[in-house]
Write a protein that binds this ligand. Structure first.
Ligand SMILES: C[S@@+](CC[C@H](N)C(=O)[O-])C[C@H]1O[C@@H](n2cnc3c(N)ncnc32)[C@H](O)[C@@H]1O
Length: 406
């Protein structure tokens, strides 16, 4: 295991054992109290219960308060989790090479990165594309968090000062993009609906107040949600068992639709942890995929430290593919992160290191392991690509395309 948890591993705390998490320092605790009070007011205004998706949205994105909108450290050693671009530039170099294949085919274009976090990936992608002589005309970033936009600008100024003037932050999707869309671990950070099967019916799970905190409460029947879950069961060819709990996302397909909608010509490459639908709703995954991260520990209680912990859910990659295809794009491929990085030539980056520089070689070999081993990020993380334009392809999907599993 790595020292730091990626957002799908980490030391996992069993339900009921959350007391073993490190206690938040007083300022973080005070911030979380403020977030709790804000959400409590909204619950009161909504007559005592709000959908879980609303709770997750507020806990992560309430302006100035939510986990991603306020100043929490989040990424890296001093934060709560580590992502692939934070762990190693090799990841971003591979994505850059894939983007270069598309830009080359298009004869130029832009890159649009969604949810750029600390800006680490933007800096490495630009760095790599500059050295391979394939810079995009502009590097656009669409980021919902004002605090993170500032952090991204600082990272780019520090790491690639000569290229920072190519970077522009957008408030919305461009009307028409010719180029490449990149997003790492953005889809899993979008709010989800949570449901439970009880008495044979689909119950929408909401959030109510309980003392100083919150608890789950079933909400009145929701036809849309029921129909969506029944459609999943129909596709699976079996009923979900009594007591089964899981999630469905409406925000995720809506975002994929926006991505596909803005692509005039080019491709999108989305990396995240998740599964094809058949595997996502397996009977033994009856507590769902919701996961929280706090100081490199993973646990399942979204009500524990609202505003100072991450909340995330796995991605239904079948839904991603369906949405993109319905929007008129063609699927480039779907595979594991390990197979994608191998197809994208991650080994070439290691081979370029001076053979006498043993320390650098060891460091890179360790990074390759973290990115590709099945017990690390290699298998749980998947890559999906889709394109508008028949002549567009990416070598990353050439190694092993698993689209037949979707
Ligand atoms: C888990 S972080 C990943 C950050 C970065 N991509 C990385 O890999 O380190 C999720 C990011 O997505 C952003 N985000 C969430 N919803 C978004 C949306 N609808 N559009 C754009 N960015 C969004 C968050 O603010 C945050 O920057």
């Amino acid at each position: 295991m790595s020292d730091h948890s990626n957002r799908n591993s980490g030391s996992r705390i069993r339900p009921g054992d959350e007391g073993v998490l490190p206690p938040p320092p007083p300022d973080a605790e005070a911030h979380s109290r403020e977030v709790r009070a804000h959400i409590a007011r909204i619950i009161d205004e909504a007559d005592g219960v709000i959908p879980f998706s609303r709770f997750m949205d507020l806990a992560l994105y309430a302006p100035g308060l939510g986990y991603y909108s306020a100043g929490a450290r989040k990424f890296g050693e001093a934060g709560d989790f580590i992502t692939a671009p934070e762990m190693s530039s090799l990841f971003s170099f591979c994505l850059a090479d894939q983007a270069a294949q598309v830009l080359d085919r298009l004869g130029g274009g832009d890159i649009l990165e969604l949810g750029a976090g600390s800006g680490a990936m933007a800096a490495s992608v630009l760095d790599r594309l500059a050295s391979s002589g394939c810079l995009p005309e502009r590097y656009l970033i669409l980021e919902v968090s004002a605090e993170l936009r500032e952090r991204q600008a600082r990272t780019l100024e520090e790491r690639v000062p000569d290229l920072a003037d190519r970077v522009f932050w957008l408030d919305d999707f461009p009307e028409a993009l010719r180029g490449v869309v990149l997003a790492n671990e953005v889809l899993d950070a979008l709010p989800v609906e949570r449901f439970r099967i009880r008495g044979g019916a689909v119950r929408r799970l909401g959030v109510a107040r309980k003392g100083e905190g919150f608890s789950w409460r079933e909400m009145p029947h929701d036809r849309d949600l029921s129909e969506r879950v029944r459609a999943i069961e129909e596709e699976l060819g079996r009923k979900l068992p009594e007591g089964y709990e899981s999630e469905v996302s409406t925000a995720m397909p809506a975002l994929v639709e926006r991505i596909a909608g803005c692509l005039r010509r080019g491709a999108a490459l989305l990396v995240d942890y998740g599964l094809p639908r058949r595997e996502y709703y397996m009977p033994d995954r009856g507590r769902g995929t919701l996961m929280c991260h706090y100081r490199h520990r993973a646990h399942e209680d979204p009500f524990l430290h609202p505003g100072i912990q991450d909340i995330t859910a796995w991605v239904d990659f079948t839904a991603v593919a369906e949405t993109a295809v319905q929007a008129g794009c063609s699927l480039l491929g779907y595979t594991t992160q390990a197979h994608f990085l191998l197809g994208a030539g991650i080994d070439r980056h290691v081979a370029h290191v001076n053979p006498e520089d043993t320390l650098s070689q060891l460091k890179l070999a360790q990074e390759v392991k973290l990115l590709t081993l099945p017990g690390e990020m290699g298998e749980r993380f998947k890559v999906i690509g889709f394109a508008r334009g028949d002549d567009i392809g990416m070598s990353g999907f050439g190694f092993r395309d698993l689209r037949m599993r979707l």
